[in-house]
Design a protein around this ligand. Structure first.
Ligand SMILES: *Cc1c(COP(=O)(O)O)cnc(C)c1O
Length: 362
């Protein structure tokens, strides 16, 4: 162990296995979604691993993320889908980055750059977030000769509820809008709609490519669909921190800001060297850490850089020992999510930049 107070261990072998499983499941090309620093797992390392495992594309939200990937030497196709009007579209062309277009304003800017921009047309099929909706008919009248239309895509709102009618409605709307585009002579070779949940649920919407994010990190898109394990996924991140201090305290000791909890017995408390500045959710209540295979619940409020756990009166832990917050033993990212009214996506993506990512090549 390095002399750090907290580490996020990233099991790259798990990422490999998850990509292989998802690719087999979809039977199509796979775009590995690596936005937000690869969901907190590390942009460049995860991207290289996913490509070696068989991913065909990389997908990011921001153009800056795509350019970081290019600077790292990655030559695989990359799509960036949150590139608003006023962005440096020229740099997308210079760096060979595909851009999603979902407004006429952005399209006009993209069409003016030197060299042909590679675009993916995003349509709103019912999520009512990104994608063409009210401008669609007008957009169909555009002159597409200044760009290369590579892709056509949309995003599911409820893919984690596979039997919901909205999925079928969105898929039908997708096919209708695609035929309208083809009717004006534009035939994008790559059509993509499925996220992780749609890919795992296998409801026939894989088309020519899937865009999988959360599942490549080994996490379930929704606990209602099953646990990581039951879906055959391997969680890639294990978050560990040092016990900054271990101390014995008497029953009735008020712990932390606001004295929201008191010890109910003489016990041994551990001060964990991570806090909400590192992405540990302040609202978390029923989660905790694991020491030597034994769970120690949170007691009192999470502070900025630290929180306290009840190790139990018989614990052998001493100051400087490491505990697992979530991952390969004890609590999962899903446990922390349910303890804080959130989702595993938020738990892993918010682990902050103060926490070094340690890559385990397996
Ligand atoms: C984040 C994102 C994905 C990946 O979703 P997961 O649920 O993590 O698989 C796919 N497509 C788009 C457009 C996204 O923004």
């Amino acid at each position: 162990m390095m002399h750090k107070r907290a580490q996020a261990h990233i099991n790259l072998q798990a990422i490999t296995r998850n990509v292989e499983l998802l690719k087999k499941k979809s039977g199509t090309d796979l775009l590995a979604v690596v936005k937000a620093d690869a969901y907190g797992h590390g942009l460049v390392e995860v991207s290289k691993t996913a490509l070696l495992a068989g991913a065909d594309w990389l997908g990011v939200a921001l153009l800056e993320e795509a350019i970081t990937l290019r600077k790292s030497g990655i030559t695989a196709p990359i799509l960036a889908w949150l590139v608003p009007p006023g962005s440096d579209f020229q740099s997308a062309v210079t760096n060979n980055v595909d851009i999603a277009v979902s407004s006429i304003t952005a399209f006009k800017e993209v069409a003016q750059v030197k060299g042909k921009a590679r675009i993916h047309i995003e349509v709103d099929t019912g999520m009512t977030r990104g994608g063409f909706l009210d401008e669609w008919q007008e957009f169909l009248q555009s002159d597409f000769s200044a760009v290369e239309v590579i892709g056509f895509f949309s995003h599911f709102a409820r893919a984690d509820e596979p039997s919901d009618q909205q999925n079928r409605d969105q898929f039908n709307r997708f096919k209708k809008m695609l035929s309208e585009l083809e009717a004006v002579g534009v035939r994008p070779p790559i059509k993509h709609l499925s996220n992780s949940a749609a890919t795992l649920a296998d409801h026939g919407s894989a088309l020519s490519m899937v865009r999988t994010g959360i599942a490549i990190y080994g996490l379930t898109p929704d606990t209602q669909m099953g646990s990581s394990k039951s879906l055959g996924l391997i969680p890639a991140m294990t978050l560990r921190a040092k016990l900054h201090l271990v101390k014995n305290v008497p029953a009735g000791s008020p712990v932390g800001y606001g004295a929201t909890e008191k010890t109910t017995r003489d016990t041994r408390l551990g001060v964990v060297a991570m806090g909400y500045a590192d992405g540990i959710p302040r609202v978390a209540r029923s989660a905790g850490v694991t020491f030597n295979g034994k769970r120690a619940p949170i007691i009192g409020r999470i502070s900025m850089d630290q929180f306290v756990v009840d190790l139990g009166p018989d614990s052998s832990a001493v100051s400087g020992d490491w505990v697992t917050i979530f991952g390969d033993e004890g609590f999962s990212a899903d446990d922390w999510a349910s303890a804080s009214g959130s989702v595993n996506y938020e738990i892993v993506t918010r682990i902050g930049p103060r926490v070094p990512r340690i890559y385990d090549h397996g």
